[in-house]
Design a protein around this ligand. Structure first.
Ligand code: S3P
Length: 171
């Protein structure tokens, strides 16, 4: 068992990356970090404000710079990425080069959309269902490049998924 293995969670908005990450870190008795939280802390702005004011391309650059910094500076063993982080080629390369194990949390679009609708988090790229479905379909071919893959079924809690990940990678 590689107790020091670092995990990053990817997957579409609303799939539950943050809550699975929280439970996984609790099970591992380890630290976790949400890239979105890290960006907002460092940039002192909400992500929605950055995207709405500076545009998505500028946001992706900020996101990549923060990912770089996080992987160098932060000891967290579990990292929850933003839904678009893994889509950028250089981010995937960086994550691999740092030796992290990437895990794609997959669910149906309707499951993600339900969570998006009922969450307090503002998601500028999912303000309408049509654009969100398009992104969801476009991104599958890149999410599936992750090292691992777990399908989130409605009957699973975030803890159940975290336990499955733990059993497979640390058990
Ligand atoms: C994004 C997902 C968001 C956040 C930003 C962009 C995306 O994170 O990083 O709004 O491109 O899918 P969550 O996946 O945590 O919602």
């Amino acid at each position: 068992m590689d107790e020091g293995k670092r995990i990053c969670l990817t997957g579409f908005m609303g799939v539950g990356k943050s809550s699975v990450g929280r439970h996984l870190a609790q099970i591992l008795k380890s630290e976790r970090m949400d890239l979105d939280f890290y960006i907002e802390k460092n940039e002192r702005r909400k992500i929605s404000e950055i995207i709405d004011t500076d545009g998505i391309d500028a946001y992706r650059e900020i996101e990549s710079a923060n990912l770089n910094r996080l992987l160098d500076e932060c000891p967290a063993q579990v990292i929850s990425l933003g839904g678009g982080t893994w889509i950028v080629d250089s981010n995937r390369e960086l994550i691999k080069s740092k030796g992290l194990t990437s895990i794609w949390l997959e669910s149906t679009f309707e499951h993600c959309w339900y969570n998006i609708k009922f969450s307090h988090k503002e998601r500028p790229l999912a303000r309408d269902k049509t654009s969100a479905i398009r992104l969801f379909e476009e991104r599958k071919k890149l999410y599936c490049l992750a090292d691992g893959h777990f399908i989130i079924k409605a009957e699973y809690s975030s803890y159940d998924i975290a336990k499955l990940i733990f059993d497979e990678y640390f058990g």
